[in-house]
Design a protein around this ligand. Sequence first.
Ligand SMILES: *Cc1c(COP(=O)(O)O)cnc(C)c1O
Length: 426
Amino acid sequence: MDSELTRFDLEHVWHPYTSLTDPLPTYEVVSAHDCTLVLDDGRELTDGMSSWWACIHGYNVKELNEAAKGQLDRVSHVMFGGIRHEGAAMLAKKLVELTPAGLDYVFFADSGSVAVEVSLKMALQYYSDRVKTKTKFLALRKGYHGDTFGAMSVTDPEGSMHSIYRDFLSQNYFIDQPACRFGDPWDPDSADQLYEMLRDHHEEIAAVILEPVVQGAGGMYFYHPEFLRRVRAYCSHFDVLFIADEIATGFGRTGKMFACNWAGVTPDIMAVGKALTGGYMTMSAVLCSKKIMEGICNGSAGVLMHGPTFMANPLAARVACASVDRLLAMNWRETVHHIETVLKDKLLPLARYDSVADVRVLGTIGVVETRNPVDMAVLQKSFVDDGVWIRPFGRLIYVMVPYIISDGEIAKLAAAVEHVLQRNLV
Ligand SMILES: *Cc1c(COP(=O)(O)O)cnc(C)c1O
């Protein structure tokens, strides 16, 4: 865009988590294809972020483009109240088949945060006639569930700066993230806080909400799947619902189709988003069990009190169907496993740098945790100069790569990370 428009963007447009009075630099993307972002000056960057973890197939994907174009020529949007369309029904069927057994009812929403809101509302509404005291949630510290108020109230209190919104935010219960890491032998003490909290407060707690196995935006932390089995068991025992937020982990990201599959558990409610449409457009879905569906529909309200304008948008639904089909057709399990092997090969050696506290890899997620907070602008520039797109935050330099990435492209991402470590930029 011309320099006037660029200036207007800089001065008038909010970009996420940065200031308008002292903005971090932005880079202009004019097109993208495969695993490559093309900048306005012609530079090509290898993408290590999947655009906030959503573009699992990369960019400008033929099948996904065709799905969108085909639907565009018929109807790009129509209300979902009183109307049905093939794309939504087909997608719902695919999701019911793909998710853990027992999640048979699908609510479409328009973003991850809204899916979390709907999940919380389902849990509250389920109990509203039956156990009036159940008005709170139990969540994990360092968790992330979105930026709307309900989602924020179950997101890490420090990370989402609860203090700013304190008087408006619902007060929920938190326990520490499970101490037992993914890959370590299970330590039963890791579920003690969970048990004690549920034992002492189950009369007030409607549901436990968590990100299964991988805590994403709150710290890219991988914990032992046995914790999920404990959540499932204790929730059933204490009559508390289990909400799995699979918005970041769904669709193969961790090496299983859903992270809950690591533990073989079925939550009562599951939220998916991000990669649902292959990152093409915004859409999310909430799946629930028959128990929840019946509890709500046989309750005094009789309906779920939610209905977004763009619910089940036909374009998004068609693209999501195409994305799921492509995932199932591509031997995703082997692909993700291969990427994991290459990421380990390239990233684990970086642990030898003094500035690095930890390196961990799971599925297509690679994390280099530094000892000190990174200077985002400095690192971003170094990465772009090296021809890669990696956006670190806090003490985390991480990649979450598209599944179509080549070994050479992974090597390029890792080399760029090593380059900032070599020059002591962190
Ligand atoms: C990104 C994310 C959300 C929020 O999704 P949005 O589409 O950004 O609203 C919720 N939960 C998890 C685990 C996420 O990673």
